[in-house]
Design a protein around this ligand. Structure first.
Ligand SMILES: NC(=O)c1ccc[n+]([C@@H]2O[C@H](COP(=O)([O-])OP(=O)(O)OC[C@H]3O[C@@H](n4cnc5c(N)ncnc54)[C@H](O)[C@@H]3O)[C@@H](O)[C@H]2O)c1
Length: 292
């Protein structure tokens, strides 16, 4: 049992203790690295023991690894207990672990595959919230819960059926638990990432992922795990003290771009070369100014 914690160079989270699920890879890993750099102690909770142990070793005294399947109640309880045993308390729970889950035509998806998807993506967030909230409520001085949802949970087209439905569930669970835990000064928020270059997303083919990104994403930058870590840091820290029950979209503008209908109808494909005003069906003619 030790209570020693490291103070990072910038220290936005000095003295804080976090559990991060799925911290062996991708955005969970980036967040664990950032949180430790900001002075937090971190429990790296992941299904993948080899990768998780390596991450904890790299992070040093400020980290512990626990092998954890977020779908199993006892595993999640143990991950939270490790934070208290090793570092003396809990301040931040980041329910981030995820998988792509079931895919294929809706007529062909095995019900067990559907359930396994929801077990990781929704039950995992439920269990993380449950066990973290027990500790945070008992401590009596508030806390932060952050859930990784997805732009896929905000509408159709962003992911396969079970994944999208599960992430929509995470967004809603974030809202209901934020209301319930607010009297305890526990803030609950979700992050909805877009295309983030992690092994889960590019599956080893980064060039193909870049092609899709260039086609769909307005902002000219790759989304990286560090971008999610930055959002998580803000949600975990004092600058978001009045933010709860919301979802922060971190997607380079993909969801803002929405239907992509505008500019395609009525020969207006060259909208960057003309300006003016359309008066609808009033009978008035549009004014059009050519820009070239
Ligand atoms: N990468 C993207 O573009 C993207 C977009 C939107 C949402 N997300 C979500 O972000 C989260 C993190 O994904 P990532 O892209 O960093 O993926 P990743 O595969 O790089 O990392 C996910 C980690 O979760 C762990 N994990 C999987 N199932 C687990 C379980 N049952 N118990 C414990 N750990 C488990 C994996 O071992 C892995 O270390 C996921 O919830 C994912 O659905 C990702």
């Amino acid at each position: 049992m030790t209570t020693s914690r490291l103070n990072g160079p910038t220290g936005q989270l000095n003295g804080k203790v976090a559990v991060i699920t799925g911290a062996a890879s991708g955005m969970g890993l980036a967040t664990a690295q950032r949180f430790v750099a900001e002075g937090a102690a971190v429990v790296v909770a992941d299904f993948n023991a080899d990768a998780g142990e390596a991450v904890a070793r790299e992070l040093g005294d400020a980290a512990r690894f626990v092998r954890c399947d977020v779908a199993i109640d006892g595993d999640v309880a143990s991950a939270v207990a490790l934070a208290v045993d090793a570092f003396g308390r809990l301040d931040i729970m980041f329910n981030n672990a995820g998988i792509g889950g079931a895919f294929g035509p809706i007529t062909e998806i095995e019900s067990d595959d559907w359930d396994a998807t929801f077990a990781v993506l929704v039950r995992g967030v439920f269990l993380g919230t449950k066990h973290a909230a027990r500790v945070l409520i008992a401590q009596g001085d508030g806390g932060v819960i952050i859930n990784t949802a997805s732009v896929a949970g905000q509408g159709g087209g962003g992911g396969p059926q079970a994944y999208s439905a599960a992430k929509a569930g995470v967004i809603n669970l974030t809202e209901t638990t934020a209301i319930e835990l607010a009297p305890h000064a526990i803030r609950v928020n979700a992050i909805c990432p877009g295309i983030i270059f992690t092994p889960l997303m590019h599956q080893g083919d980064e060039a193909d992922a870049e092609r899709v990104m260039t086609e769909l994403q307005p902002y000219p930058k790759r989304g990286e795990g560090a971008d999610i870590a930055g959002a998580a840091l803000w949600l975990a820290g004092p600058d978001s003290a009045f933010v709860t029950g919301t979802s922060i979209t971190v997607d380079g503008g993909i969801s803002a771009a929405g239907t992509r209908l505008f500019g395609r109808l009525h020969g207006t494909t060259k909208l960057d070369r003309i300006a003016g005003i359309a008066h609808g069906t009033t009978g008035q003619k549009p004014t059009i100014r050519r820009l070239d």
